[in-house]
Structure formats: structure tokens, C-alpha cells
Design a binder for this molecule. Sequence first.
Ligand code: APR
Length: 232
Amino acid sequence: MTRVVVLSGAGLSAESGLGTFRDAGGIWQKYDLEEVATPEGFARNPALVHEFYNARRANCLAARPNAAHHALAALQQRLGDRVTLVTQNIDDLLERAGAREVIHMHGQVMRAQCAHCGHRWDAPAVMDPSDPCPACEHPATRPDIVWFGEIPYHMDAIGAALAEAELFVAIGTSGSVYPAAGFVREAHINGARKLELNLEPSEGSALFDDTRLGPATEIVPLWVAEMLAAEG
Ligand code: APR
């Protein structure tokens, strides 16, 4: 009865047309992350930050889940709460593939929050700095995204899942941003097997027992099929 924790990154959604960050032509080569993905950048120029996330929200709305998203949803549907899906991605493609209770440790681009009162709600397609918060009416709305320098969400739940995991699988992540990049070590300490599914070796590949290289839409469905066959 294998308990699995799956950590996904931008590579899971790359074949759905959503950009990665550090590959050639990645998002951080087009935008200065200090300007669009930090609280300081938001304080300096909220309109620029909303413009950045409005564009990413539009890309997300136009995108469709790929075979890797569907495979992970099928794995969770079959194994239930023995599968914990943790993602660094802010898109909703796993949910749109049928996954439930996805742990978005970096937030969700389809959600908004109020920087004044903390209220959260489903984001409109286009957000603007002058939007009033639906709860306190302050014009302090921001995307419900965890920016650099902020504390990722759901770390307690992720730690609890890693403590129980017999298998830790990292999919489509460069392993360059903490705390997510440290989850493989936590899994190792807890005695879990560690598998990496990625297009190319990541910064943390040496920490995994096994690394399989290829596009997520090919190698993730193959891995899920193996898991479902083994679980009977
Ligand atoms: N299939 C599988 N893996 C892929 C594919 C693909 N089609 N395309 C790219 N990859 C891999 C790349 O080889 C790379 O290792 O996905 C990884 C993407 O790495 P990053 O661009 O660094 O994205 P990620 O690891 O998710 O970044 C982590 O950094 O900027 C922050 O908050 C942001 O959540 C993000 C975090």
C-alpha cells in the first residue's frame, strides 16, 4: 500500500503551453522577478505585477491539461489519499484534469487575496490595483501567489505527507528553489524511495534513486501505468 508524494514544477505544464522559468526562453529571462514576483516589486508598481499575472491567468485559461496531468489525476483517483499531489505551479490544470485537494505551495493564479484584510476569493480574469476587496473594500487586492521572500503555503501538510511517504516523485522541476528543492532530502531521511521524472537532469538529480528523462506527457503516463499495475 505505497504512500506517494508527488512534487511537480513548471515542466509538468510546459507541454500545455505554459512557460517554464529557467529553461532557455523561460519566464525569468523575459521578466525581472524582482519586479513582478516580490512584495517589494508589488509595493513599487502594483499595476506591473497585476499585468504580469493577468497575462499568466489568460495563458492558464487558454491552456488545457496534458496527458501528464490526466495520468496524475488517474493515479489519485485509484489510490485515493495514498497519493499527495504537491505542486509549485500556480495553474489549475491538475484540477481541470480531475485531481482533488492539490496542494499549491506557491499559490494559485486563479485566486486573489486582499493585502489589507487577508480575504481570499476566486480571481476575476483581469485584476487591477484599483479593485476594491470584496470584504473590506480597500483597494489592496493582489494575486494569491507566494512571492520570493514569502512563506510557501501548506508546509505543515507537506511535511506530514513526506513523513509518511514510501515514494517521493519529483516531476518537471529544476530543484533550484527552496523549500521545494529540499523535499527530496526530507523524503530520504524518512526512508522513502526517490524518483525524478524530468526533461533533463535537475540540480538535485544526484539525490534521487532513479531519474527518468523525457517529456512529462510521455514518461509520467508510463510511470503511472507501472504504479497502477503494481497496485493491482
Ligand atoms: N517535461 C518534463 N520536464 C520538463 C519539460 C517537459 N516537457 N519541459 C521542461 N522541463 C523541466 C526542465 O528540465 C526543468 O528542470 O522542468 C523544469 C523547469 O524548471 P523551472 O523552470 O526552474 O521551474 P520550477 O522548477 O517549477 O521552478 C520552481 O521557481 O520561479 C519560481 O515560483 C516559481 O514555482 C516556481 C519555482
